[in-house]
Every structure is written in C-alpha cells, then in structure tokens.
Design a protein around this ligand. Structure first.
Ligand code: 13P
Length: 341
C-alpha cells in the first residue's frame, strides 16, 4: 500500500468502509466488561479483540482500519500472531489512540483539555514501527450552558492541542484523526449542539491551518448534531442529517477527504439510521462514514459474554453491525434489513 498521507486517508474512507474504534483504555473496557460479567484481564481483552479482528467478512469488506490502544498494538493473538498482523492480513490499517485523556481545565470548572503532547514525537516513531499508519486524539467538549460550559478557553485549548498533535503525526508519516467530540449527554437542544459544534470546528480549522497541517492527509472524527440525551428528545434522522451537513458545509474545508463519525452513546440502530440519512442527502464534498466504538461493539460484546463457545455468535453480531454501517456509509441502509438479520 502506498504510504502517502493522502492515500492512507483515502483508504480509511474508501467507499462503504469505516473504522472500528477498539481503543478503549483499560479503565473503559473494564466498565464494558462489567456489564457482561467478564473480568477484564490482558488475556480477556486480547481474546475479545482477537474475536473481532478475525471476523473475516467484516474486516475485509466493511472495515478499513482499527483504532488500537497501546496495550493492543503490542499484543499477540492466542496462537502467537501479532494482532496488528491479523488486521493487516484482512487488508485493514492499524491505527493508535495517542492522547492521554481529557483532564480538568484549570480555572474552568466543568471544562476539560486533552493531554498527551509531551514525548508524542518519540511515541509516534515507536507506533509507526509497530505498524500504525493513522492515529487518534479525542478532545471532549461538554455542554452545560447555564454554567458557562464550554468556555471559549476550552474550545481554543483543545483545538490548539489537536493541531499540535496533527502536525506531529504528519511529520511521522501518520494520518491524524482529529476528534473534537461535543458530548451528547447534556439537556441541550439540537440548535445548541449545532452552535457549540460550529464554534468548535471553526476554531479547530483555524488552528490546523496555523500549524501547517495538510488537510488532505487528515480525517475528521466529529459528533453528529443532535439534541442532548437529558433533553428527553430524540432528533429524527432527517433532522440530524440536515443540521449536521449544514454545519459541515459551513466549517469543514472540501480539502478534507473524509469524516468518520463517533457514535457517542447513540443506540446501535440510531447511529446507523443517522449515518444513512446523512449520506442519503448527498452528494457531499467529503466521504462520510463511521468510526464507531460502542455502536459497533455493544452487540458483539453481549453475544460473546466472555465464552470461547460464543466466538462465532460474537463475530456474527459484529459482522451484522459492520454490514449495516457499510450500507449506511453508502446511503443504502433500510430499517427492514435489521429485522431480516
Ligand atoms: P464511540 O463510537 O463509542 O463514541 O467511540 C468512538 C471513539 O473512538 C471515541 O473516542
């Protein structure tokens, strides 16, 4: 495969393909395993992820790349094959989460800034040797307008960090996935989500330009525009599509090859239906696909539940969700295909 940043980015958003975000930190995966009653150990985390990476149909047809966590990129499958080699053998690209998490922003209660820039150049060189050709950095923007959250300082600090990260990635020959996640947990309406997401993306692209990041060699990983969960409203796919595309047309340069959404707590089918509605109102200047964690993994986690005898069922559940999201990335999904499964 070509190693040009532009070609790697194009491969990540190849028609109908998207990313599997399997980069949960050890703390987050423990929370997911607690729900299915599985103890989180290095081996159980390995077995679970190996199950997905060996789901041949999903990995070869629907998944362009996998975002890994530091532990996983160094791990070997039960038979001794590096997990990275299993991903590559399926024709998918290994990627790596490189941020060190969102931490409280001093002086701004309720706001966070993502850390992890110190030593990043050296870590990226190491990850490149381990096979990573793209990376991810997640900034977290919460919404609580009554409390002044997010502050302008939080938006600009996070955008600045994302731009420094992206420049370091490109220097290392790694495509940066820039993820400014505006959380959907709040009580806000869809217009507020739109306004905060707009301020966030304007600042982000200002900073990326200032840092001389080549946009053709980047991927944006954003939230969709929708009403916050605590508002009690669920935005319709048509509303989500209209507002999300309006936002991107106003803020995301056409030089950006692709946009791969996070699922952010949406239900599995909701995330698929929304992605489908977004593509159904195309054509758009960028590819629009998925980079889902929870919306791709909730079903296989449940089907697997830590038992070797359930590996085939877990792989089938993963393949089904990957297939549905593949169709949504093409604007060809229908709700009736879910029942047919
Ligand atoms: P979710 O799809 O579960 O939001 O995870 C995607 C991700 O990588 C968040 O950083």
């Amino acid at each position: 495969m070509s190693e040009r940043l532009e070609d790697i980015a194009a491969a990540i958003v190849a028609d109908g393909k998207g990313l599997l975000a399997a980069d949960e930190s050890s703390g987050t995966i423990k929370k997911r395993f607690d729900v299915i009653g599985v103890e989180s150990t290095a081996d159980s985390r390995r077995d679970y992820r190996e199950m997905m990476f060996r789901a041949r149909e999903a990995m070869t047809r629907y998944i362009s790349g996998v975002i890994l966590y530091d532990e996983t990129i160094r791990q070997k499958a039960a038979d001794g094959t590096p997990l990275v080699d299993i991903i590559k053998a399926a024709g998918a690209i290994p990627g790596i989460k490189v941020d060190a998490g969102a931490k409280s922003l001093a002086g701004f209660p309720g706001d966070t800034v993502t850390e992890g820039l110190d030593g990043l150049r050296e870590r990226l060189a190491d990850y490149y040797k381990l096979g990573a050709r793209f990376a991810k950095w997640r900034a977290v923007i919460d919404i609580d307008t009554g409390k002044g959250v997010p502050s302008a300082n939080s938006i600009s600090s996070n955008a600045h960090a994302l731009a420094r990260y992206a420049a370091l990635c490109q220097e290392a020959g790694i495509v940066p996935i820039v993820e400014p996640e505006v959380l959907m947990d709040g009580a806000h309406d869809i217009d507020t989500c739109y306004a905060i997401s707009k301020a966030t993306l304007i600042k982000l692209y200002d900073e990326l330009h200032a840092a001389r990041v080549v946009l053709e060699g980047t991927i944006l990983k954003p939230n969709m525009v929708l009403a916050g969960r605590k508002s009690g409203k669920v935005s319709s796919p048509e509303e989500v599509a209209e507002m999300t595309i309006k936002l991107f047309r106003e803020t995301v340069p056409a030089a950006v090859p692709g946009i791969a959404f996070l699922s952010g707590g949406q239900e599995d089918e909701e995330a698929t239906a929304n992605l489908n509605a977004i593509n159904a109102i195309g054509p758009h200047p960028w590819k629009l696909t998925f980079s889902y964690g929870r919306a791709l993994q909730a079903a296989p986690q449940k089907a697997w539940s830590g038992k070797a005898s359930n590996v085939a069922a877990g792989q089938a559940a993963f393949t089904h969700r990957a297939h549905m999201n593949h169709l949504a990335a093409l604007g060809k999904w229908k709700a009736s295909l879910e029942q047919a499964a």
